[in-house]
Design a protein around this ligand. Structure first.
Ligand SMILES: Cc1ncc(COP(=O)(O)O)c(C=O)c1O
Length: 421
């Protein structure tokens, strides 16, 4: 088997700027030729079991025939058409289905093309909601340490100060309030006091419900969300739940806010929305939010409209993905994955330098106290035939929900093996 990269790789690599990568020192990316189920096939023929489902998107595994067929059919009819002044069946069906699936009266769907942009829309929606109601000055948000909402400037500003690189981009980013999560009575009282003092300038809260993903796979209890809901109600503030990571089953329920028994005022979706095939996101508003924009005045309209919003191919993929959630036992599969992750990762608890092992839904996390040679560790995983990509000292598995018990065991045993000194 040859390990020499293909010609396209060597010719193209000098022109690529990779994400989150120090291009000078990082190992080159792996050349991937194709995907299937939970497997990546590299250009040199090696196969890797994907432990992270392409940044948590490919929830039904790669190349699912139902999604492929739906996209192929839509490609024949209409790959894209602008959404300003025009409407099409895939988007309208998807909006209707999302409204039916989401808790409460989350009934109005605004489509965009990435998670970060759906967050930007949610923030703009919340600020304009106040303006349209005739209340000025409500331009700030309370967000939470450990949170991550995307890489655009508005989204960075409501992310954790380190994660959102607030120091580096000070001056560019709007200043927001990034506080401790109300995990217990003391932190809840501190938040309550802060909100009471700042209610006149706040538009609302933004949180990733139950799991703060990219900030380190940090879990919190449903009570945190219930406290926030009560606090938002008390001060008439809007609660935005960013379910870009948690939505569509990842935490064990279809939506984390639903599992916590709350209905946010605005909810963001992306990632698994299209089953990991095409870029699509949605910002979904409750009736009372939408009603603030329903007016005879043009200036009360929501002024946003990405060129590729509601792309028909992506909406067709999302509709096929929803069909799969309806027809196949995804939540039962997630429960089985949860058990497999708990059992399979349990031996990590006894390893030196392991700070914590935790599992929620189809998310398994091993947090280390330190890592001496990350580059070597990453290479070891590839040697073991698995694909994982840690955040700092946090290793996690977020596989496709269709993964077999055998492949899941291969993932967990690779983690145990590689982290064993
Ligand atoms: C919770 C959350 N919000 C927002 C984003 C940003 O989404 P995108 O990368 O599609 O812009 C992410 C991406 O990881 C995310 O996990």
């Amino acid at each position: 088997m040859t390990r020499r990269p293909p010609a396209w790789f060597e010719a193209g690599l000098p022109h690529i700027w990779a994400p989150y990568t120090q291009m000078k020192t990082a190992a080159p990316p792996l050349a991937v030729a194709r995907t299937d189920g939970v497997r990546l096939t590299l250009a040199d023929g090696r196969e890797l079991i994907d432990g992270i489902a392409s940044w948590w998107t490919a929830c039904h595994g790669y190349n699912h025939p139902r999604i492929r067929d739906a996209v192929a059919k839509q490609l024949e009819l209409m790959p894209h058409v602008m959404f300003g002044g025009l409407a099409h069946e895939p988007a309208l069906s998807l909006a209707r289905r999302l409204a039916a699936l989401l808790p409460g009266d989350l009934n109005r769907v605004f489509f965009t093309d990435s998670g970060s942009v759906s967050v930007e829309v949610a923030l703009k929606m919340a600020v304009q909601y106040w303006l349209n109601k005739g209340a000025h000055g409500h331009t700030k948000f309370v967000a939470f340490k450990g949170g991550y909402h995307g890489d655009t400037t508005g989204a960075m500003a409501v992310s954790d100060p380190d994660e959102g690189m607030h120091k580096l981009f000070a001056g560019l980013l709007p200043e927001q309030y990034v506080l401790d999560l109300p995990r217990d009575d003391e932190s809840a009282r501190a938040l309550e006091k802060f909100v009471a003092a700042h209610a006149d300038e706040l538009a609302g809260f933004i949180i990733e419900p139950l799991v703060q993903g990219a900030g380190g796979m940090l879990f919190h209890a449903p009570q945190v969300l219930q406290r926030l809901r009560r606090l938002a109600d008390k001060h008439d503030l809007l609660l935005i739940c960013d379910e870009i990571f948690t939505g569509f089953g990842r935490t064990g329920a279809m939506f984390a806010s639903e599992a916590a028994g709350i209905v946010p005022d605005i909810l963001c979706l992306s990632k698994a929305l299209t089953g990991g095939t095409l870029a699509l996101a949605a910002t979904v508003a409750r009736d009372h939010v939408f009603e603030a924009f329903w007016s005879d005045k043009n200036e009360h309209a929501l002024m946003h409209g990405p060129t590729f919003m509601a792309n028909p191919l992506a909406c067709a993929a999302a509709n096929a993905s929803l069909d799969l959630f309806e027809e196949e036992p995804r939540l039962a599969q997630i429960a089985a994955i949860s058990r497999g992750l708990s059992d399979g990762l349990a031996p990590c608890r006894d390893l030196p330098d392991v700070k914590d092992v935790r599992v929620m839904g189809a998310i398994g996390v091993v947090e280390l106290a330190r890592i001496d040679d990350m580059k070597a560790l990453k290479a070891r995983f590839v040697e073991e035939g698995v694909w994982v990509r840690p955040f700092g000292t946090t290793f996690y598995l977020t596989p496709a929900f269709t993964i077999s018990a055998t492949d899941l065991a291969r993932l967990t045993s690779a983690v145990v093996k590689v982290l064993t000194p």
